[in-house]
Design a protein around this ligand. Sequence first.
Ligand code: NAD
Ligand code: ZN
Ligand code: ZN
Length: 389
Amino acid sequence: MRALRWHGKHDIRCDTVPDPVIEHGRDAIIKVSSCAICGSDLHLYDNFIPGTKSGDIMGHEFMGEVMEVGNANTRLKVGDRVVVPFTIICGECDQCRRGNFSVCERSNRNKALADKAFGHSPAGLFGYTHLTGGYPGGQAEYVRVPFADAGCIKVPASLTDEQVLFLSDIFPTGWQAAVQCDIEPADTVAIWGAGPVGQFAIRSAVLLGARQVIAIDHVPERLAMARAGGAITIDFDEESVIERLNALTDGKGPEKCIDAVGLEAHASRSIDSLYDRAKQAVMLETDRPHVLREMIYVCRPAGTLSVPGVYGGLLDKVPFGALMNKGLTLRTGQTHVNRWTDDLLKRIEEGEIDPSFVITHNVSLEQGPLMYETFRQKQDGCIKVVMKP
Ligand code: NAD
Ligand code: ZN
Ligand code: ZN
């Protein structure tokens, strides 16, 4: 089959590789009809997260048709159309039973490695380093889905791939980011990053009833999409984020702040990001936490910081004193995808939201390597790439 494989920094190739086979009774083999490139894939593309090996198959946002099921898999049958969440879940462990799916205790087959790095292992993830299982990803013609009876979401034929594909990740991710803010009707929610995750966080915050939603980025078409979704926008190249956020909140700061940027933050107007770049370049720091610093500084006391943006390792000069003394709540995590998908699928079916708004590029798998670069460079108005293997 054809698959997009990582061969090193900025080197993704569409290769021919062996087809996957059933390895366990609960597995299923999915023929991928649509898959997408995520901002999280860019962290691997840019080689900021350790644990990817040359030849690893990329991708964790995908859907398709069930081709084959293992003998213990009683829930799925050949021909079912399913969306596959990026978090692999057993559905039975203590964390899965509590709905904490992204920290499933059984799905990371390299658990010992992650236990060492993090103290306790999170769930296994598709196409996302050997620290989270080294599972071949979904930017491919076929994928083996472990514990497929627990994770897969069956989707109705009445909805297009483009409408349901993002249930695999970015829609529940933006939703969870907003839900974790416990939005109240008087709240201002400020969202850093108007990439795909930021776009879904904006629409989720609006759906959850925030009084004012403010989006921060510097890419014009992303800011325009944010405004179309109901946000006021701030271009961080053009003005001071902190001054404008204070001005929009009577000097008090936003009650709720969402970091939809993560470890590769840019900042043209601040000295701290130059410092981060220098330290990151000589490996004294793994991540660039400019957005986290800005959120801690500007957030209203007793407010909440919600962080869907991915961080990999060690952060420098995070003003923890301000966080503590202002009494801020910090909420984080890879998304507990299956916790939200029944509700979100219903909202799509009822026409409350059509997630396909975010797609700017719909291409073949062969064009994937080029699309990684286009998405990374934000060329050609690129916001979200969908590929058809
Ligand atoms: P993306 O790279 O397309 O978007 C990031 C956006 O942040 C870009 O538009 C960029 O211009 C903007 N940005 C950079 N520096 C900024 C700054 N200082 N202030 C404001 N905006 C800034 O990525 P995406 O697909 O939207 O993903 C966003 C983040 O969410 C990534 O870190 C990704 O890994 C993470 N993510 C997390 C989960 C999860 O489960 N928690 C799931 C999916 C994605
Ligand atoms: Zn993702
Ligand atoms: Zn589990």
